[in-house]
Design a binder for this molecule. Structure first.
Ligand SMILES: Cc1ncc(C[n+]2csc(CCOP(=O)(O)OP(=O)(O)O)c2C)c(N)n1
Ligand SMILES: [Mg+2]
Length: 734
């Protein structure tokens, strides 16, 4: 392993070298050259078609080594950028490990051959798996810092617990750890950059944002992306920040600037914004040729500022190394990298059979009988708070029982935090004694802040990516964020985080990291006046994401048991709550007790029948019940209704059993018909149950449009009991 020069060991004596000893200067140079040599070796391997992608740190080495040496590997936390080879080498990742990823080896410790080279991940060094998506990592860093602070305030929360995700989520915290998130100047154009700065400043979090400014985002120069061409000028007014803008081609300057930033963050004074100017000595990647868009003079100017050359000259000028010694050192590194490449080229390649490993947790299966605790559903005292409704054993609404489950689980599990837009009772603590409390626009989180305090239940800024991105960071540290997106219609800014980060964390790191957060989302229409932006469905866009569990209960009882499973399980869960069902008379149930859970992937036959199978979920369940009752009364047709309850995974076995009995099937949902959830189920039935069918598979969904405001239009757009009845009668007659 590469020895790390700790800043704690830096003596303050040597003039000319910024107070660093000759050994430290040599070590810095060694790391910088090592990084360049690994890049150069990868370039050769790519040209030999032994690797498939290359992107280098060339020109960024000084900045990255300076940053790394001011921090503590395996103690602090790191959310790097794809260009951070020198940073990762200085933190202790080896050239062999890097080249194993480049060749796509099974033994690539970062991803098992799943990610491109330089997509870092190393649990022992606290380097959290990085995606190719620029900027998403910043919000993870923010959540990670929040979690560190939380554990520091609540050390008891770090304890393990058998029987839920905590058994598999180890927690380490020290109380003064700092989180580093790095990015390019181009990536500062993303909205999430600003969202991350907002929260880091507001909560005075120990996050260092390092902008590695090489002046280009592929071919786009900085002035095109950043007004005025300098990001430091734009962020200058954020409160609580330590700011530094400096020459990132000088490793000593970088180290000193970072030491000051780390000190600010460790002392709990707030975040830091580090803006290091560096150069891009090579093109953006090996797939790019910067001669196509940069003048020769400009490229030459960058090469003149190559930090490797500058450092080499400095070592000679200061009499630390002579040319012969430099040669020797470089030859030694060449050999080291050549040996690493040889090892990587001989490494075993991943097995095709292992492709689906780590899509979901291998440790805790939410479909297992461990979650089948329906025996414990005896009516009891309500666990809910303000929205808990009437105490006692009477029927309770879905809203009541979701609220009750949140209360119960928060009592049981100190690692749960609840946040989102307007979910707190009152953000200003002094108001809490006077007011009833908000507790969410639908009051599903009512009373949580009052019972569990403002550190566990709080309002987020109005920024959905912020909510989910931070949840990823919280969850990788072992916490259980149970966050709310206020309306499904506004989930889209978070879609990137859900699709590319939350759901992918485990698979892309080959099980190295996981982010089992819960996202609760009110969904759906039938609201009379909900209109376009308060009525949308769209669940198939989420069931299409491997790694994500998707739940959609139709009644209070199921909602309570499934939410409990969602919270206790070790996978990320999208928990869809139909707004129209929140306070419906249909589906009310007595409080089932604090340990009632329902396994995922188990449908419920809510109405038995012999003529037609109707596969559905959510708000279509009560509408299908009405239609089925009419079909029985008017036409003597016995419809069996299968309420899927969870959409990913779904209960194929129950569908098979029912279709084999009835030979006729309708798949019905509220979402638009085309490309909807029913298309997949219908296709599979057609494929695998063709011999059992006496009629084509029918589908019911809303019209292929959004939901209109006018109630007559809304009724026409969404499936109604009459729509379902008509389909039942037609299918029976087929
Ligand atoms: C969200 C997202 N959009 C686009 C891309 C494609 N892309 C990869 S790198 C890059 C430029 C990044 O520039 P900068 O942030 O300055 O980093 P640099 O590569 O210069 O270090 C782009 C557009 C991406 N990876 N992620
Ligand atoms: Mg750049």
């Amino acid at each position: 392993m590469v020895p790390v020069v700790s800043s704690a060991r830096v003596p303050q004596t040597m003039a000319g070298s910024g107070g660093l000893s000759p050994q430290q200067m040599i070590e810095i140079y060694r790391l910088m050259v090592l990084s360049r040599r690994v890049d150069d070796r990868e370039i050769v391997l790519k040209r030999q078609q032994k690797t498939y992608f290359q992107i280098s740190a060339a020109g960024h080495e000084a900045l990255q080594v300076g940053a790394a040496l001011a921090m503590r590997s395996g103690y602090d936390w790191f959310f790097p950028y794809y260009r951070d080879r020198a940073l990762c080498l200085a933190l202790g990742v080896t050239p062999t490990e890097m080249l194993l990823q480049a060749v796509g080896a099974a033994t690539d410790p970062a991803s098992g051959g799943r990610q491109m080279p330089t997509h870092w991940s190393s649990p022992p060094h606290h380097i959290v798996s990085v995606s190719s998506s620029t900027t998403t990592q910043l919000l993870h860093a923010v959540g990670c810092a929040e979690a560190g602070r939380y554990f520091n305030h609540h050390p008891e929360a770090a304890q393990k617990n058998e029987g839920d995700y905590r058994a598999y989520r180890d927690v380490v915290f020290h109380g003064d750890e700092v989180v580093l998130a790095t990015l390019g100047e181009g990536a500062t154009s993303q909205g999430e950059f600003w969202e991350a700065l907002n929260t880091a400043a507001n909560r005075k979090l120990p996050v260092i944002f390092l902008v590695e400014d090489n002046g280009y985002a592929i071919s786009t120069p900085v002035e095109v992306s950043t007004p005025g061409g300098n990001i430091s000028k734009l962020v200058d007014n954020f409160p609580s920040f330590h700011f530094a803008e400096f020459d990132g081609t000088d490793p000593v300057v970088s180290l000193r600037e970072f030491e000051a930033a780390v000190a600010h963050c460790r002392a709990g004074l707030g975040p830091a914004f580090m803006h290091g100017h560096c150069v891009r000595v090579y093109s953006h990647s090996l797939s790019d040729d910067d001669k196509h868009y940069r003048s020769a003079a400009e490229r030459e100017a960058d090469i003149k500022r190559d930090p490797l050359t500058l450092m080499q000259m400095r070592l000679m000028r200061e009499g630390i190394l002579n040319p012969e010694q430099i040669n020797q050192l470089e030859q030694q590194l060449d050999l080291e990298v050549a040996e690493a490449a040889e090892r990587a080229l001989k490494a075993p390649m991943p097995e095709v059979a292992g492709i689906t490993d780590h899509v979901y947790s291998h440790d805790l299966d939410p479909t297992s009988v461990a979650f089948a605790t329906e025996h414990a559903h005896a009516p009891g005292e309500a666990g809910g708070g303000k929205a808990g409704g009437a105490k006692g054993s009477g029927p309770r609404t879905m809203a009541d029982l979701i609220n009750a489950c949140l209360h119960d689980e928060m009592r049981r599990d100190p690692r749960i935090v609840v946040y989102g837009e307007d979910v707190a009772d009152a953000s200003r603590d002094e108001a809490l004694d006077e007011v009833e409390g908000k507790g969410g626009v639908f009051k599903l989180t009512a009373g949580l802040q009052t019972e569990f305090g403002s550190e566990r239940v709080f309002n987020s800024p109005l920024a959905e990516a912020n909510i989910v991105g931070r949840a990823v960071g919280y969850a990788v540290r072992g916490m259980k964020p149970v966050v709310e997106i206020q309306f499904f219609d506004y989930i889209w800014p978070a879609y990137h985080q859900i699709h590319n980060e939350l759901a992918l964390m485990r698979w892309r790191s080959n099980g190295g990291w996981a982010s089992p957060a819960v996202i609760r989302v009110p969904i759906g229409g039938y609201l009379t006046g909900g209109s376009i932006y308060h009525s949308q469905c769209g669940e198939s866009l989420f069931t299409h994401i491997p790694g994500l569990r998707v739940v959609f209960p139709s009644n209070a009882f199921d909602a309570n048991g499934l939410l409990r499973t969602a919270i206790r399980c070790d996978d990320p869960v999208l928990f869809l709550e139909h707004k129209r069902l929140y306070r419906e008379t249909y589906g009310r149930a007595p409080y089932p007790g604090p340990d009632f859970a329902i396994p995922f992937g188990k449908a419920k036959i809510v109405r038995p029948g012999t003529h037609i199978t109707l596969v559905t979920y959510g708000a279509i369940v009560p509408r299908a019940m009405q239609a089925a009752q009419k079909a029985q009364r008017q036409n003597g047709i016995e419809v069996e209704i299968v309420d899927l309850r969870t959409l990913s995974p779904y209960d194929w076995e129950s569908i098979v059993n029912s279709v084999k009995k009835t030979s006729r099937v309708i798949v019905a949902h509220e979402d638009m018909l085309s490309w909807g959830y029913g298309a997949e189920i219908a296709a599979r039935i057609g494929d695998e149950l063709f011999d059992s069918l006496d009629a084509p598979v029918r589908r019911i969904g809303s019209m292929d449009t959004f939901v209109a405001y006018n109630p007559v239009l809304e009724d026409a757009i969404l499936p109604q009991p009459e729509t379902i009845l008509k389909a039942i009668v037609e299918l029976k007659a087929y």
